[in-house]
Design a protein around this ligand. Structure first.
Ligand code: PHE
Length: 452
C-alpha cells in the first residue's frame, strides 16, 4: 500500500503526466485546428475524465486487487453479471497496444537528450531541425535501439517493483519539468509568435471541426489522464482507506491539464514565429523544442535536461501502463514479477517494431484507410478502447455497485454531494462518451445540418 495519500498523488500524477501532455497534446491539437479541439478536450477532462477517474480509484480501492480480479471480486460479491470483468481484460489489451508505441516515442526522447547535449542544434533554423528529425526517422535501426533501451529500463523498474523508489524522483523532476516549460514559454513570448500561438490554441472556429476531431479530443482526454484501461484502478488498489479520493483526483486532473496547456503554449509560438506547420504530426515536439533551446544561451544543457525530464515522465507513465496486466499475472499465477515483466514487455516490444517501421520502411503499409501500423494502434487504443472502457467503468460505479459502497468510498456525506456524483457519473460522463461516438459516426456536419 502507498505509505500516504501523498505518495498516491505522486504515482498517479506520474502516470498521468507523460508523452501525452508534452508530445501528443500539441501535435494533435495542431492537426485538428487548435481552438475548438482544445475546448472539447478541456470539457472532456472535466466532465468525463474526472468522474471516470473517481470511479476507477473507488473501484480499485474497494476491490484491492488487479483490475481484472477486482472486477471479478466485486461482481461476485454484489451478484452482478460476470461480463463486467471484460472491462479488465480490455484494459490489459489497451495497455499492451499503448505501451508498444509509447516505448518507441519515448526512445526518440532519449535519443534527443544526447542530440541536444552534443550541440547538434546550436543556433539551428527550423528547416534544419526538421531535416534532422526526418533523417532520424528514416533509420529504423537507430530507432529500434532507443526503443529497446526504453523498454529495458521499464522492465527493470517494474520487474523490481520499485515504484516507491521513484517517489523522490517524481517529487523533484516534475516541478523541474514545469520550470523548463515556463522557460520555453518565456522564449515563446519573446519570439514574436506568441499572440498567434495563443490565438491558435484558444480561438473557437466551429467551422473547421469535424466529427473525427471530437473523437480524437475525447480520446486525448482519456489518454492524458491515464483512465479507461485500469491503470488508475490498479493504483487505486494501493490507496490507504483514510485518504480522500475526490480531492486527490481533482488535483491530479488539474495538474495534468496545466502541464498539457503549458506545453501547447510553449510549442505553438515557436511554430508560428518560425513559419513551421502546426499540423505536421508526431514530430512537432522534436522540431520545435530543439529549435527553441538551440537558440537560447546554455541551450544544449537545458535542452538535454528537458528531454531527460520528458523521458523520465514517460517512464513513470509506462510503469503504470504495465501495472494492470502485471498485477493480474502475478496474482493469478503467483509468478515472479520480473519474469512476467520480461515476457510481457518482450511481446510489446515486438509489436512496437511495427510502429518503428511505420515511420520509414513500412510508411506505405496501411492497416485500414490511410492509417499506418502506428496510427492504427494509436487510434484503436486511444479513441475507441479507452473511451469504451471508461464508459463501462463509470456505469459500473454508478449503477452496478451498491450506493452504500460509493457513498463510503467517496465520503459523500450529504444530498448535494450525492446528487453531484449521480449526475456526473450516472448521466454526464456516459452521455458525453456516447454523444461523441454518435457525432463521430453520424458526422458533425450532418448533425449541424439537422439542427439548422
Ligand atoms: N497518461 C499518460 C501520458 O499522458 C499515458 C498513459 C495512458 C498512461 C494510459 C497510463 C495509461 O503520457
Amino acid at each position: 500500500m502507498w505509505s500516504s495519500r501523498w505518495l498516491f498523488v505522486l504515482a498517479a500524477a506520474g502516470s498521468a503526466v507523460g508523452l501525452g501532455n508534452i508530445w501528443k497534446f500539441p501535435y494533435i491539437a495542431g492537426e485538428n485546428g487548435g481552438g475548438a479541439f482544445v475546448l472539447v478536450y478541456l470539457a472532456c477532462v472535466a466532465l468525463v475524465g474526472v468522474p471516470i477517474m473517481l470511479a476507477e480509484v473507488l473501484i480499485g480501492r474497494e476491490g484491492r486487487q488487479s483490475p481484472i480480479n477486482t472486477m471479478r471480486f466485486l461482481t461476485q460479491q454484489h451478484h452482478r453479471r460476470p461480463t463486467w470483468v471484460l472491462i479488465g481484460w480490455m484494459g490489459v489489451l489497451a495497455g499492451f497496444l499503448i505501451l508498444s508505441y509509447y516505448a518507441v516515442i519515448a526512445g526518440w526522447a532519449i535519443f534527443y537528450i544526447l542530440r541536444m547535449a552534443d550541440g547538434t542544434f546550436d543556433g539551428v533554423t527550423g528547416e534544419y531541425a526538421n531535416q534532422a528529425f526526418n533523417e532520424f526517422l528514416a533509420n529504423p535501426w537507430q530507432m529500434v535501439f532507443w526503443h529497446t533501451l526504453f523498454m529495458g529500463v521499464t522492465v527493470f523498474i517494474v520487474g523490481r517493483g520499485v515504484i516507491r523508489g521513484l517517489e523522490s524522483a517524481i517529487r523533484w523532476f516534475m516541478p523541474l519539468l514545469f520550470v523548463l516549460l515556463l522557460v520555453l514559454l518565456g522564449y515563446g513570448v519573446t519570439s514574436g509568435g506568441f499572440a498567434q500561438g495563443v490565438d491558435f490554441m484558444f480561438r473557437f472556429e466551429w467551422g473547421s471541426v469535424t466529427g473525427e476531431a471530437f473523437l480524437v479530443a475525447m480520446g486525448q482526454a482519456f489518454f492524458t489522464l491515464s483512465v479507461g484501461m485500469g491503470a488508475i484502478m490498479a493504483y487505486g488498489a494501493y490507496v490507504p482507506s483514510s485518504a480522500s479520493i475526490t480531492g486527490t483526483v481533482v488535483t491530479i486532473a488539474a495538474l495534468d491539464t496545466v502541464v498539457a496547456v503549458a506545453a501547447g503554449l510553449a510549442i505553438f509560438p515557436i511554430v508560428f514565429a518560425n513559419g513551421l506547420e502546426p499540423g505536421q504530426g508526431p514530430g512537432l515536439m522534436f522540431v520545435t523544442i530543439p529549435l527553441a533551446f538551440g537558440n537560447l544561451p546554455l541551450g544544449a544543457l537545458f535542452g538535454a535536461i528537458f528531454f531527460l525530464l520528458v523521458s523520465f515522465a514517460a517512464i513513470t507513465s509506462a510503469i503504470s501502463i504495465t501495472e494492470p496486466a502485471l498485477a493480474y499475472l502475478v496474482e493469478e499465477y503467483n509468478a515472479k514479477r520480473s519474469r512476467v515483466a520480461i515476457t510481457l514487455c518482450s511481446f510489446c516490444w515486438l509489436l512496437g517494431i511495427g510502429t518503428v517501421l511505420s515511420f520509414n520502411e513500412w510508411s506505405d503499409v496501411h492497416v485500414v484507410g490511410d492509417l499506418t501500423i502506428f496510427a492504427f494502434v494509436d487510434y484503436v487504443s486511444q479513441n475507441i478502447m479507452l473511451p469504451l472502457g471508461g464508459l463501462f467503468i463509470v456505469l459500473f460505479a454508478a449503477y452496478a455497485l451498491p450506493k452504500a459502497v460509493v457513498q463510503s468510498q467517496l465520503r459523500l456525506s450529504n444530498r448535494a454531494q450525492e446528487l453531484i456524483w449521480r449526475t456526473l457519473a450516472g448521466v454526464v460522463a456516459p452521455l458525453g462518451v456516447l454523444s461523441v461516438f454518435l457525432v463521430t459516426i453520424v458526422g458533425f456536419d450532418r448533425l449541424k445540418d439537422w439542427f439548422s
